[in-house]
Write a protein of this length. Structure first.
Length: 317
């Protein structure tokens, strides 16, 4: 994600990644956007582990293996086989599972980060991430060089659940309020920040061709401009729940909105040589957040709190 959606990072990771930014230019990825053709994913014990496909997957403490009623069931993959569920959160309780979800220690855009009860709530079978307007600038939170004007709900699974390759999906109702900046994304679990996969990010107030839009972006290193494709959501992303899906293999990434293929990123250089390198060949953890951005709001019609509602997050491999 980006300082401006076409020019810079959505994530504003400069505070934590200044030393990483010089690791690689975007060109090291060698990623290409393919034509959208027919549609054809550590868990913690006493010490956090990451799932690297070794067959020793464990379920996070306090969380049972997804049950049939949760509907995290095998899904057909383009190779003719099945994606099998490795982890899911259906948000059926009264709060987030703190053995899996934790704070994100940095704000983004105009919003400070929080996982307190005012900004992260679970009720009625859904997760709610909220943005509130601060009475005054938060002197304890500087975001992009500006004291935080807003506080948003931010959570991640770092150190608790991470996976390399597979199918990652969120079903959510995204806010359309001017300035809202919801996201569903992945970062390396090893704190290297040499890559970033923005499965979706959306911008309240941004409407193109009669519909809301979401962006799918792959970056290396994290926090830098990357390869991006824009998808349209009709009639709009806030009127109902939509599914946002990433299918990630060693050779390509495919992004879907409501089951319709939007973008394909090929993991090879123009000459056909491998382009993924080590950047994406390792476990990535899941992040959900609702920040604020200045490009399409806030405006006089923006009302607080703003809410992003998530029905589930599911992961397969």
């Amino acid at each position: 994600m980006k300082l401006h959606p076409e020019k810079a990072s959505r994530r504003g990771l400069a505070v934590r990644t200044a030393a990483v930014i010089a690791i690689a230019a975007v060109g090291m990825l060698g990623l290409q956007v393919g034509a959208a053709s027919a549609a054809p994913a550590q868990l913690p014990t006493s010490q956090a582990q990451v799932d690297q496909g070794n067959g020793n997957d464990k379920i996070p403490p306090g969380q049972e293996k997804p049950k049939k009623k949760d509907k995290c069931r095998p899904v057909a993959n383009p190779d003719g086989g099945k994606w099998k569920c490795t982890w899911a959160d259906e948000f059926n309780g009264t709060g987030i599972d703190t053995s899996v979800w934790s704070d994100i220690p940095y704000g983004l855009g105009l919003a400070c980060a929080s996982s307190d009860a005012d900004h992260v709530q679970v009720s009625g079978g859904t997760l709610k991430l909220l943005v509130t307007e601060n009475d005054m600038a938060d002197e304890n939170c500087e975001v992009w060089g500006v004291e935080g004007q807003y506080t948003g709900g931010f959570i991640q699974t770092q150190g608790a659940f991470a996976q390399n390759y597979g199918r990652f999906e969120m079903r959510a109702k995204l806010p359309s309020d001017g300035g809202a900046w919801p996201a569903f994304w992945l970062l390396p679990d090893d704190n290297t920040y040499d890559g970033e996969i923005d499965i979706i990010e959306a911008y309240g107030g941004r409407v193109e061709d009669g519909g809301d839009v979401v962006d799918f972006t792959v970056r290396a290193p994290a926090g830098q401009p990357g390869v991006q494709e824009t998808c349209r959501v009709f009639p709009d992303s806030s009127s109902d729940f939509h599914t946002y899906t990433l299918e990630w293999t060693p050779t390509e990434m495919r992004q879907y909105v409501d089951g319709e293929l939007c973008a394909t990123f090929l993991g090879q250089n123009p000459d056909g040589s491998p382009g993924w390198a080590a950047t994406f060949d390792k476990p990535y953890h899941v992040l959900l957040d609702l920040a604020m951005q200045p490009w399409w709001g806030p405006n006089e019609d923006t009302t607080f709190p703003i809410v992003m509602e998530v029905d589930y997050v599911r992961v397969w491999r």
